[in-house]
Design a binder for this molecule. Structure first.
Ligand code: NAD
Ligand code: ZN
Length: 345
């Protein structure tokens, strides 16, 4: 079968023919119906510093997935052939201090498929049964595949009250766009988005942002203050990983407001903690991964409610992997929302 493989420690990847794997104990084999590209896949493709320190080649890339179970390994009793599943990509140990406190999303022994082992950019893929999430049969595969990053967005947006609350979102990359969709579905108003890329500001509007601003041309803090009559927003959600955006968001949030930080910063960040966090009495949440499994229930229900506006976010669909390089380059250039492959053309 064809698979997108990180064949060597250098820029890029290759489409190669590999054997269909056999599920081992506790594993299932799925026919991949849809698989989407995550920013992490792009980092592996680009072979950035993080990828160099973490990834062992050769390895099949990819982790966001929806598929049909075609074979189950020994000892699997929770999943059956024919089940339609997605997958939590964090394989947690269940034994560490965090896991024993039901904080699986911060398991200190987390392994990730497509990062620490073969992934899902292939026609068939192995998923540990403990990570499988059963989907309703009528959920389109491209939505089902997006549930994993949607889980990040849900944990970011719903870390506190949001209905009827003014919300400022920095960064409308794939994750920020999912965040906008969740915030709108949950009843946030107004949703104000800061994003330098014109293409992505337009997408943000299509997904439901009430106001968009280019932070490189206009002061986004003044923009927010004008809309909120000088009060600032109740909720600030950071999805960009840009140090400047973090500072602007902390300035734009009202004293006593709520902050969720998902974006990862390229280096240490310096800002005025006294005046921007402590004296404003902000509630600050660091967001990592997704809560297992509460967040998956929320994501699945939100999709089924029909209230999540996902279609404008899925900007590129590819039948097969033949054009995978084009897909990665478009994503690198910031010219995409989410990119989805359907491996079986
Ligand atoms: P992305 O790089 O595609 O999107 C970031 C967006 O921020 C881009 O559209 C960019 O134009 C915009 N941006 C840049 N500077 C800005 C500024 N000053 N103000 C406002 N916007 C600005 O990334 P993504 O895939 O959407 O992911 C978003 C972030 O979330 C990344 O930093 C990623 O590393 C992080 N992430 C965190 C977790 C977690 O568990 N915490 C999981 C996945 C991704
Ligand atoms: Zn653990």
């Amino acid at each position: 079968m064809p698979a997108i493989v990180k064949t060597k420690p250098a820029y890029g990847a290759e489409l190669v023919e590999v054997d269909i794997p056999k599920p081992g104990p506790g594993e299932v084999l799925i026919k991949v119906l849809a698989t989407s590209i995550c920013g992490t896949d792009l980092h592996i493709y680009e072979w950035n510093e993080w990828a160099q320190s973490r990834i062992k080649t050769p390895q099949i890339m990819g982790h966001e997935v929806a598929g049909e179970v075609v074979e189950v390994g020994p000892g699997v009793d929770t999943i059956q052939v024919g089940d339609y599943i997605s997958a939590e990509t964090h394989i947690v140990c269940g034994k560490c201090y965090a896991c024993k406190h039901n904080r699986y999303h911060v398991c200190q022994n987390t392994k990730i498929f497509g990062v620490d082992m073969d992934g899902v950019f292939a026609e068939y893929a192995i998923v540990p049964a403990q990570n499988a999430w059963k989907n309703p049969k009528n959920m389109p595969p491209e939505y089902a595949s997006l549930q994993e990053p949607l889980g990040n967005a849900v944990d970011t947006v719903l870390a506190g009250p949001i209905v009827g609350r003014s919300t400022f979102i920095t960064g409308a990359g794939p994750l920020g766009l999912l965040g906008i969709a969740v915030a709108k579905a949950a009843g946030a108003y107004p949703v104000i988005v800061s994003e330098p890329s014109e293409f992505r500001r337009k997408l943000a509007k299509k997904v439901g942002a009430d106001y968009v601003v280019n932070p490189f041309e206009e002061d986004p803090v003044k923009f927010v203050m004008d809309i909120t009559d000088g009060a600032g927003v109740e909720v600030f959600l950071e999805f960009s990983g840009a140090p400047k955006a973090l500072e602007q968001g902390l300035q734009a949030v009202t004293p006593g407001g709520r902050v969720s930080l998902l974006g990862l910063f390229p280096r240490e960040v310096t800002f005025d903690v006294n005046n921007l966090v402590i004296f404003k009495a902000l509630e600050v949440h660091g967001i990592t991964g997704r809560h297992l499994w509460e967040t998956w229930y929320t994501v699945s229900s939100l999709i089924q409610s029909g209230k999540l506006n996902l279609d404008p976010i899925i900007t590129h669909k590819y039948n097969g992997f033949d054009k995978f390089e084009e897909a990665f380059e478009l994503m690198r250039a910031g010219k995409t929302g989410k990119v989805v492959f359907f491996p079986h053309k």
